[in-house]
Design a protein around this ligand. Structure first.
Ligand code: AMP
Length: 293
């Protein structure tokens, strides 16, 4: 696996791969890699002949009071994992390479970026969209892989790609979970033993809502009450939001009938965790539902 630090060399390598008619897949990450990231790499390996991963802890998507400086950085073990997974090139630029002196252009996806995560983390999605746009421009992959764990992020990137006529296809992959249901996340490393146990409440709340949906409940208020009741039982949990939203607009729904998400953001102690459940009718118009944890 080649480790690449400069944009110029990454562009050159990607250009060569395209010239050789290779199918190029890009997996952008912030490192501190876990099985969730590796599932994206595995998918890319199945679908592409050249797989490029990136590790860049993007300063522009962290708020001033967020965890940029203490975000877990485990470069040596990340490198090993990527090497073992068969990644061809790892792009690992310094911040000054991505944002040189005088950098002043940003990508803003209106509307979708202001809700939920965007409301709690102003400027977050502007930072995300900008860095992903840059990575897509640099590598120009056929496919770029993202996790549904960050459902709003994936939705915004898909919208950006559509709006700006990007050539890369955005592929959204399922959530990878721990055996007890906790969605894998680099931020789980912040949890102490007691918080780690408490953190399963996100999955437990989603599961309770799922059971109600399976029993025929479609009223969003009733589902929200169920979510809150579960989450409020956990002493270490403080809810930021728990909403039932349309999967395209990310606006709240009153009755669940179209493809939707139940989205959660919950502080466990000082650690902010997100999770979601994707729900869609089994067939168009059908009242039977499919659940994607
Ligand atoms: P991050 O390093 O947190 O920026 O994540 C890099 C990519 O991995 C994003 O597309 C995430 O949505 C995805 N990802 C993170 N956690 C998971 C998970 N548990 N399952 C699937 N994808 C994930």
């Amino acid at each position: 696996m080649e480790i690449i630090h400069t944009i110029a060399w990454m562009k050159e390598q990607a250009r060569q791969a395209r010239a050789e008619n290779r199918i190029v897949g890009l997996v952008p990450t912030m490192g501190a890699l876990h099985r969730g990231h590796l599932a994206l790499i595995e998918r890319a390996k199945r679908e592409c002949s050249t797989v490029i991963a990136s590790i860049f802890v993007n300063p522009k998507q962290f708020g001033p009071k967020e965890d940029f400086s203490k975000y877990p950085r485990t470069f040596e073990s990340d490198k090993e994992k990527l090497e073992q997974a068969g990644v061809d090139s790892l792009l690992a630029p310094e911040a000054a390479e991505i944002y040189p002196q005088g950098f002043s252009s940003y990508v803003q996806v209106d509307g979708l970026s202001e809700r939920l995560e965007g409301r709690s983390r102003p400027g977050h999605f502007r930072g995300v969209a900008t860095v992903v746009m840059k990575l897509l421009q640099i590598v120009q992959p056929n496919f770029a892989y993202f996790g549904r764990k960050d459902a709003q992020q994936s939705r915004i990137i898909t919208q950006m790609s559509r709006d700006l006529n990007l050539d890369s296809e955005i592929v959204v992959c399922p959530i990878v979970r721990e055996p007890d249901g906790l969605a894998m996340s680099s931020r789980n490393a912040y949890l102490n033993a007691e918080e780690r146990k408490a953190a399963t409440v996100l999955h437990r709340a989603l599961d309770a809502a799922k059971n109600e949906l399976a029993a025929g409940v479609r009223d969003a208020l009733q589902l929200q009450t169920t979510l809150r009741r579960k989450l409020d039982c956990e002493r270490l949990a403080t809810v930021d939001y728990a909403e039932i939203i349309d999967s395209e607009s990310f606006e709240p729904v009153v009755r669940l009938s179209e493809p939707s998400y139940i989205v959660l953001a919950v502080f466990i102690g000082k650690t902010r965790l997100i999770d979601n459940l994707y729900i869609e009718p089994k067939a168009p118009g059908s009242d039977e539902l499919l659940f994607h944890f």
